[in-house]
Ligand binder design. Structure first.
Ligand SMILES: *Cc1c(COP(=O)(O)O)cnc(C)c1O
Length: 391
């Protein structure tokens, strides 16, 4: 049975809630490997909590895959961000540079660490943090730069690392949407002082809910390891050296993760097959722009997203609605964080020439592993017709 990750409770009040399940969901996991077998092992052996062999295996798999010396599995990607920020020394009064276009967890985690997310405009080609704008946003309070590899496209890591080095800042890579992507031949997650991944049900590899933190330095890893489990002393049980958290991953989550990582090569290949089909079918359509794969980038295309030109952008929501009526589930591109109430008032400047325009013109298309050639064809044909129609 396919796992439903978007299920909404049926309600008589809202007509949207009564809409039929889309023919083609935007993202759906593939759990047809050893997931059930490994989860069954957890249940049959009683190792269902956060101790057990799969936790260690899952962390080991990430150290190998990303070529980073330390990995720590946690209960979700937002906890991973928060714990990584605290471990990197982010405290009350500090500032963290976050791209204006990303999932809100990035800014929320900074607020959870009692610091201020300072939003940075994005590059019009890669849609990731504009490094020049990041440089302008630095103040004496800035502690960390958080590049987010949006939809699988790598950030300009050479420029970000050079900036961080010149200004004495830490780098926390958010790879939640970029498992399997590379920058200049090296896996993402291996560039920053720390990096995080999410294993929410729609991410490239899933554990239902789950997250991972990678660290370059052993002292960061040790500190985070303690904080993950209430800051308990390693030498003396139930003696606490820090007021830590419970951010542990269960063995059941890790069991699913290990099974997912057995197929990661296949998953990334499938995402690239989907991207190739969309690019082939849609790049000739007037008014549509394809996502980038810049020189030196290997894009794992977590969620294939196209842009409408300025003339079509005003019809974007209409196009989304009509795609939905035809059984195709889509998503708008992320909204700029600087427009939202929790973050807006914290900004020194609300001058973001790129992010607003980008956000209003973007459509994310179905990108599940299970997509058939016929379904891809149907999405391409339907979108092409709609775009011609509104033009
Ligand atoms: C999904 C996601 C997260 C957080 O993940 P959760 O596991 O849902 O907490 C963080 N950052 C980005 C960019 C994401 O896409």
């Amino acid at each position: 049975m396919k796992t439903k990750i978007r299920a909404r409770p049926a309600s008589r009040k809202s007509p949207a809630a009564a809409a039929p399940r889309p023919l083609i969901p935007v993202l759906e996991p593939d759990l047809h490997g050893n997931e059930l077998k490994y989860v069954t092992e957890c249940v049959e052996t009683n190792w269902i909590s956060s101790l057990g062999r799969f936790n260690d295996l899952f962390e080991a798999r990430f150290r190998e895959y990303c070529k980073v010396p330390h990995a720590l599995a946690v209960n979700n990607g937002t906890a991973a961000l928060h714990l990584a920020l605290v471990t990197l020394g982010v405290k009350e009064g500090d500032e963290v540079l976050v791209p204006d276009i990303t999932f809100a967890a990035c800014a929320n985690a900074v607020l959870h660490a009692r610091a201020t997310p300072i939003l940075v405009d994005v590059d019009p080609k890669t849609w990731t943090m504009d490094v020049k704008a990041a440089e302008r946003a630095i103040t004496p309070r800035t502690k960390v730069i958080m590049p987010v590899h949006l939809y699988g496209h790598p950030c300009d890591m050479d420029a970000i690392l050079a900036l961080a080095k010149a200004r004495g800042l830490r780098v926390l890579e958010d790879c939640a949407q970029a498992l399997g992507s590379e920058y200049k031949g090296r896996p993402l997650g291996s560039f920053g002082d720390a990096a995080i991944f999410s294993f929410y049900g729609n991410k490239t590899a899933t554990t239902g809910e789950g997250g991972m933190i990678l660290f370059q330095y052993a002292d960061h890893y040790r500190a985070a390891h303690g904080l993950r489990s209430h800051g308990m002393s390693k030498e003396k049980r139930y003696w606490h050296v820090d007021a830590g958290y419970n951010y542990r991953m269960t063995n059941i989550q890790a069991a699913i993760g290990v099974a997912q990582m057995e197929r990661i090569g296949e998953f990334v290949a499938a995402k690239r097959r989907i991207a190739k089909a969309y690019i082939k079918g849609l790049s000739g359509v007037e008014g549509l722009r394809m996502p980038a794969e810049e020189k030196g980038a290997f894009n794992s295309y977590w969620l294939f997203t196209v842009l409408l030109d300025d003339r079509l952008a005003s019809h974007r929501d209409d196009i989304l609605r009509r795609l939905s009526e035809k059984g195709i589930e889509t998503r708008p591109l992320f909204y700029p964080l600087h427009e939202m109430p929790p973050y807006k008032s914290l900004q020194r400047s609300l001058d973001f020439p790129v992010s607003g325009r980008l956000s209003r013109s973007g459509i994310s298309l179905p990108s599940s592993y299970s997509l058939t050639e016929e379904q891809l064809d149907y999405v391409v044909r339907t979108l092409t017709e709609l775009v011609r129609d509104v033009r």
